[in-house]
Design a protein around this ligand. Structure first.
Ligand code: GRF
Length: 188
C-alpha cells in the first residue's frame, strides 16, 4: 500500500471520508500524516480522534514558503510518504514540494475545471447562473487549480438550490469520488 499524507486547512470532511474509507479497508493507501497550516482547524480534531498523526504549523512563523515546505518535506520523508493528497489545503504548493513529489500531488476542487478556479467555486457557479457544475480531481502544478485533470463528475444546479444545498450535493460527490479516484490512481 502506498503511503500518503493529506493536507487540509479547515473542516476536513474529505479527510474524514478518506480516513473512513481506509478504516473500512476500502482505500488503497495508508494515511500516515495530516499536514495542516491552521493548528485550530476542525480537521486536526478529526485526525486526533482517528489516531492519525498531525504535523501542524503556522506559515507566519517561517521566513518563507521554502522554509515551511522544507520542514514538511522532512516530516514526509521521515514517514516514507509517497503521495500528497490535498483536501481543502488553502495554499499554493511551492517548488520545494513540487520538485520532490512531481506528478504525485493531487487536489480536489468543487467545480468542473477549468471553470471557476480559485476561492469560492460554488459561489462563482451560482453567480454565473450555470445549470451544471461539479467536482474535479487533478494533478497539482505551479498554478491555481490548473494541473492535468484526472476525474470529473457533474452536479446539476436546480432553480431551488441555495449555496447550502449545492454545497451539500457537491460534498456528497466529493466524498465518493475522491477515495474511488485515489484507488484507481494508486493501483497503477
Ligand atoms: C472541498 O469542497 C474541496 O473541493 C475544496 O475545499 C473543500 C474542503 O472541504 N478544495 P472539507 O474541508 O474537506 O470539508
Amino acid at each position: 500500500m502506498k503511503k500518503v499524507a493529506i493536507f487540509a486547512s479547515g473542516n476536513g470532511s474529505n479527510f474524514q471520508a478518506l480516513a473512513e474509507a481506509s478504516l473500512r479497508k476500502e482505500l488503497n493507501a495508508d494515511i500516515c500524516l495530516l499536514v495542516c497550516d491552521q493548528p485550530e482547524a476542525y480537521v486536526v480534531k478529526r485526525a486526533r480522534h482517528l489516531g492519525i498523526p498531525v504535523f501542524s504549523f503556522r506559515a507566519k512563523e517561517y521566513p518563507s514558503k521554502e522554509a515551511f515546505e522544507n520542514e514538511i518535506a522532512l516530516e514526509l520523508a521521515k514517514r516514507g510518504v509517497e503521495w500528497i493528497i490535498l483536501a481543502g489545503y488553502m495554499r499554493l504548493i511551492g517548488s520545494t514540494l513540487l520538485n520532490r513529489y512531481r506528478n504525485r500531488i493531487v487536489n480536489i476542487h468543487p467545480s468542473l475545471l477549468p471553470a471557476f478556479p480559485g476561492k469560492d467555486a460554488i459561489g462563482q457557479a451560482l453567480d454565473a447562473g450555470v445549470k451544471v457544475t461539479g467536482v474535479t480531481i487533478h494533478f497539482v502544478d505551479e498554478g491555481m487549480d490548473t494541473g492535468p485533470i484526472i476525474a470529473q463528475q457533474s452536479v446539476n444546479i436546480l432553480a431551488e438550490d441555495t449555496r447550502e444545498t449545492l454545497q451539500k450535493k457537491i460534498q456528497a460527490v466529493e466524498h465518493e469520488l475522491y477515495p474511488k479516484t485515489i484507488n484507481e490512481l494508486l493501483d497503477e
